[in-house]
Design a protein around this ligand. Structure first.
Ligand SMILES: [Zn+2]
Length: 493
C-alpha cells in the first residue's frame, strides 16, 4: 500500500541545527546521571534535565517534526527500522527511555538523535549503506549518543554557567523546527559564542559514541567492521566535494577516526556481514519510492545492479523494479515479477504488501482480503498486514469491519498516522462525520496543530446526541488536548 502523505509547505531545517553532536557536552567531568543520582525535582530543576522532562521535549519535538518535515510514514520501512533499532537497543546499556526510530525523506546522508529516545534516519542513508551492518553501525552510534546523554549533559553544563541557557537552547531548537529561519538565528546567537571551544569536546563525545556504538553492534551479533567500512566509503566518496552531506558535517572523518574504527573492530570476535534480505528489500523500497530519482532513473539503477548481482541478491532488486511498475500502472509487468517472488516466500511482508496493491488495482478486493487474513493468522497484530487488510476492507466497502479493526490498531499504535488516516477514510466513506472528525483531530494533535485538533472535537461533540457516550468521550478529549497544548507551549517558552 502507499502510505499517508501530507503536503509539506516548507522545506527541511538543516538537520545539523538539532543534531546532538553539535551541542554535545564539553564537560567530561560532569557526574553520571543514573536514576539514583538524579537530583530531586524542585531543588535543582533549573540546571538538571529530568528524564521526564527529556521525554516531554522529545514528544514535542516529534510533533513539530511531523508538521514540518517530510517524514516517511511507510508501514514496511517503519517496521524495518523499528525491528533493527529494537534489536540493537536490547544490547545497549543505560537505556532510560523508550526509543522511536523514524525516517525522513531526504537524499542526504544523515542520522540524528534527540531527547526521549528519538532517532531520525534520512532515506539517503539507505542508498549509501550497502549492508544492514553498515546501517546498524550508524544507528548504534546514535543510540550511544542518547544512552550517554550527550545532548542533555551539554545543556546541563550550559545551564550551570547561566540559568537561562538550558531553556534558551531547548527553546531555540523547538523554534528552529517550527520556523526554520527564526530558529537558525536564535540558535546561532545562543551557541556561536563558545562554538570554537566546543569542537574538541564534540570529538570526545563522538569518540565515546563510536566506542559504545561498536560494542552495541558486536553484542547484537553484527560485524564490527561495518562502521569502519561505512566511514571509509564516506570519506572516499566525499573527499573532493565542496558540499559534504550533513552526517559528515557533524561527524568529520579524519584518517585517525577511520583507523580507530578499525582498531576497535579488531578487538571484537570476527563476524561476517551477512546478506540481509529484509535490508535489501527495504533499500529497494527506498530507492524505488523515496529516492527522488524518478521512475526511469531508478529502474535503470536496478537494471545495472542486476547485471552483477549474486543469485541471492536478485529477488530484492526485482522487487524494486516491481514497485516502479506498480506505481506506473504497468500491472502486467509487476505481476510477472511478484508472482514467483510471493510463491517462493509466501509470508514475506514486502511481497504481500505489493501483491495487495496489485490485487486492489485489478479490483480483486476479496482475493487480497483472504490472503491478508491468512497471513495474519501466522503473524497476529502485525502492523504491516493489519494496515494492508484494512486498506483492502475499505476498498471492498466493508467499512464497519475496518472501523472496528482500526480502533484497535490506533489504540495499540496511537502515534501511527497511517492508522488514523485510514480510520478517517473508513468513517468518511461510512458517512460518519463525527468519527471522521475525531480521527482527523488525532492527526492534527500528532502534528501539534492543537487548535485544529480541538476544533475538530468540538464539531464532533455537536454532531452526536446530547449526553451520549460519544459526546462524553469527545468532551473528555477536548479537556485533555487543551491541557496538552498548555504543556506544549510551556516547553517552547
Ligand atoms: Zn555522532
Amino acid at each position: 500500500m502507499r502510505p499517508f502523505k501530507k503536503v509539506i509547505t516548507h522545506l527541511l531545517v538543516a538537520s545539523l541545527i538539532y543534531s546532538p553532536s553539535i551541542l554535545a557536552s564539553p564537560f567530561k567531568t560532569l557526574p553520571e546521571y543514573g536514576s539514583q543520582s538524579l537530583p530531586e525535582i524542585g531543588t535543582a530543576a533549573a540546571t538538571t534535565l529530568s528524564i521526564k522532562k527529556e521525554m516531554e521535549y522529545g514528544d514535542a519535538y516529534m510533533r513539530l517534526l511531523r508538521a514540518s518535515h517530510p517524514l516517511v510514514h511507510d508501514p514496511l520501512l517503519s517496521e524495518y527500522i523499528h525491528v533493527l533499532g529494537t534489536k540493537l537497543l536490547s544490547k545497549a546499556q543505560d537505556v532510560k527511555t523508550p526509543f522511536t526510530f523514524f525516517l525522513v525523506q531526504d537524499k542526504t546522508i544523515n542520522a540524528f538523535a534527540f531527547f526521549g529516545g528519538h532517532i531520525g534516519i534520512h532515506t539517503g542513508l539507505f542508498f549509501h549503506a550497502q549492508t544492514q551492518g553498515e546501517l546498524a553501525s550508524v544507528l548504534s552510534h546514535e543510540i550511544a549518543h542518547l544512552t550517554q546523554r550527550h545532548l542533555a549533559r551539554s545543556m546541563e553544563a550550559q545551564a550551570k554557567q547561566s540559568p537561562l541557557a538550558m531553556a534558551a537552547l531547548i527553546g531555540s531548537i523547538m523554534l528552529s523546527i517550527a520556523a526554520p529561519q527564526a530558529g537558525i538565528a536564535a540558535i546561532q546567537a545562543t551557541v556561536a559564542a563558545n562554538m570554537q571551544s566546543k569542537i574538541n569536546y564534540t570529538r570526545s563525545n563522538e569518540q565515546e559514541a563510536d566506542r559504545i556504538g561498536i560494542n552495541i553492534l558486536s553484542r547484537a551479533g553484527f560485524d564490527t567492521y561495518g562502521m569502519h567500512r561505512f566511514f571509509e566509503r564516506m570519506a572516499t566518496e566525499f573527499r573532493f566535494t565542496t558540499t559534504p552531506p550533513p552526517f559528515l558535517l557533524t561527524h568529520p572523518l579524519p584518517t585517525s577516526r577511520i583507523t580507530e574504527a578499525r582498531t576497535r573492530a579488531q578487538q571484537y570476535p570476527k563476524k561476517t556481514d551477512l546478506y540481509s534480505l529484509n535490508y535489501a528489500l527495504a533499500r529497494s523500497r527506498v530507492i524505488a519510492r523515496y529516492s527522488y530519482l524518478g521512475p526511469s532513473k531508478s529502474l535503470n539503477w536496478f537494471n545495472v545492479e542486476l547485471k552483477t548481482a549474486l543469485p541471492n541478491e536478485v529477488a530484492a532488486l526485482n522487487y524494486g523494479k516491481a514497485l516502479i511498475y506498480l506505481d506506473n500502472q504497468q500491472f502486467d509487468k509487476a505481476e510477472k515479477i511478484l508472482k514467483p517472488l510471493l510463491k517462493n516466500d509466501p509470508q514475506n511482508l514486502y511481497y504481500l504488501d505489493a501483491y495487495t496493491d496489485l490485487d486492489l488495482n485489478q479490483k480483486k478486493f476479496n482475493t487480497a482480503i483472504l490472503r491478508l487474513k491468512k497471513a495474519l493468522e501466522m503473524k497476529p497484530n502485525n502492523r504491516v498486514l493489519s494496515l494492508n487488510l484494512n486498506y483492502a476492507l475499505i476498498k471492498e466497502g466493508k467499512f464497519k469491519e475496518a472501523i472496528n479493526n482500526l480502533h484497535r490498531f490506533t489504540h495499540q499504535n496511537p502515534s501511527d498516522i497511517n492508522g488514523w488516516s485510514m480510520l478517517q477514510e473508513a468513517y468518511d466513506k461510512n458517512k460518519n462525520r463525527h468519527g471522521a472528525l475525531m480521527a482527523q483531530g488525532e492527526i492534527f494533535a500528532l502534528q501539534a496543530h492543537w487548535k485544529k485538533a480541538i476544533s475538530n472535537y468540538v464539531q464532533a461533540s455537536h454532531l452526536v446526541p446530547l449526553g451520549s457516550l460519544d459526546q462524553a468521550r469527545y468532551d473528555a478529549r477536548i479537556d485533555q488536548l487543551t491541557l496538552e497544548e498548555i504543556r506544549f507551549r510551556e516547553l517552547q517558552n
